[in-house]
Design a protein around this ligand. Sequence first.
Ligand SMILES: C[S@@+](CC[C@H](N)C(=O)[O-])C[C@H]1O[C@@H](n2cnc3c(N)ncnc32)[C@H](O)[C@@H]1O
Length: 241
Amino acid sequence: MDSIDNKANYRSRALVAGYDAERRIDKDDYVNDREVGYFTAQIRCLVGPAGSIVDMGAGTGKLSLAFARLGYAVTAFDQSEAMLERLDAKARAEGLSIACRLGDIVADAPNHPVEPTHDAAVSSRVLMHVADPDAMIGHMAALSRKGIVLDAPRRASPNRLLVALRARTGGEVYRCFDDRALTGSVARQGLRVIDATPIFTLPIGLHLALGNKPLSTALEHGLAFGRCFASTLFLAAERQT
Ligand SMILES: C[S@@+](CC[C@H](N)C(=O)[O-])C[C@H]1O[C@@H](n2cnc3c(N)ncnc32)[C@H](O)[C@@H]1O
């Protein structure tokens, strides 16, 4: 196991203040639309049009708010008070009610079988940052009656080079995952993978820098043949009965 554990970075109020703008969250944005679109489509398959969702490492609420707007009962779980305060303020401003829970996905993972409390668990851009990804997947599986949906940066993509560069020059180093190792880790939690889709042939940072949804859409469409090197694996898995 490597020593990656980036949770402390996300407690910084300065980071949280700039988080949404830097990632174009709440904008009409290509990357966020693809991400949220994947999660909502998979949850509709797993759970149906209504139910309860726990968003693990919810941050400022990219997924939590999207699910709450669709009428799901949402719990936002995160270890950063600053992130959850921001999420709560955004939810209140829209008249939405989201339950916020402060906790550590890894340290609070149950080490014995527990009664699931939600229909499904979702998580975006978190597995890459935690100290123990298997424990996080186990925690998500334990909380969910029907299944889980998550994403992770792929080793078979330029992400690996970016991370290697950051390790030398500075910047946040995150974990990249081998597709088969990740699906294997999910399967070991008693879940059956029902979808695993690589998305974003071009780096996410490039799309964010362009800030041009029609252009990004056209570029990704034209480069679909290179999808085997896409940066992120999006994965949905159902609980086996
Ligand atoms: C890159 S942000 C992603 C936030 C949000 N899911 C999104 O897609 O915008 C990572 C989030 O995971 C949270 N996080 C990281 N490690 C965690 C842990 N061990 N327990 C709980 N939350 C954690 C951080 O506090 C942060 O809010």
